[in-house]
Design a protein around this ligand. Structure first.
Ligand code: HEC
Length: 142
């Protein structure tokens, strides 16, 4: 009986520590000045809005509109309006790289849309969202 209780508590212990470590936030904190923080977060929200608008346009066969949104709001053309050069100075190298990967993937995606190849376009859209996910998994700003 004692042995059973012992095994049970050991099991509970292992399970709880496992759950706790899964919940632990391992993302690296990147400190940005307050103004830049809110600027970045509003850019981020616009990224998600843009992806949603792109998908809606794709659904309606409006590939050129989708391409325009992808290039101007997520692609290489969006860098200036996002103040990317200014922000980059505050970011670790790997985070900057993740940003560049995302912008380049978005520009490639816009090209696929312009070429009118929907299946290829969907494939290259997941390269964009994978870049979002990779950066989110590694960094936080607050
Ligand atoms: C270079 C890194 C990086 C890339 C690339 C990136 N993000 Fe983010 N994003 C962040 C960070 C850091 C935060 C803040 C997380 C935190 O501090 O909790 C964030 C936050 C967000 C938020 C929350 C905004 C809020 O107000 O709460 C959304 C939505 C978001 N990102 C969408 C996206 C989408 C969609 C993409 C891809 C198109 C993307 N992000 C690409 C780094 C990135």
């Amino acid at each position: 009986m004692m042995k059973k209780v012992y095994v049970f508590s050991l099991l509970m212990y292992v399970m709880t520590t496992h759950i706790l470590s899964a919940a632990e936030d391992k993302r690296q904190l990147v400190k940005l000045p307050e103004m830049m923080q809110s600027h970045m977060m509003s850019n981020m929200r616009d990224h998600l809005v843009a992806i949603n608008e792109i998908l809606l346009n794709m659904e309606n066969g409006e590939l050129d509109k989708a391409a325009e949104i992808a290039e101007s709001r997520l692609g290489m053309s969006s860098l200036e309006s996002h103040g990317a050069a200014h922000m980059a100075g505050f970011m670790p190298q790997a985070m900057r790289q993740a940003g560049t990967t995302m912008h380049k993937a978005a520009s490639r995606f816009a090209l696929k849309l312009q070429e009118g190849d929907v299946l290829q376009a969907y494939r290259s859209l997941s390269a964009v969202t994978s870049a979002c996910v990779a950066c989110h998994a590694a960094y936080r700003i607050r």
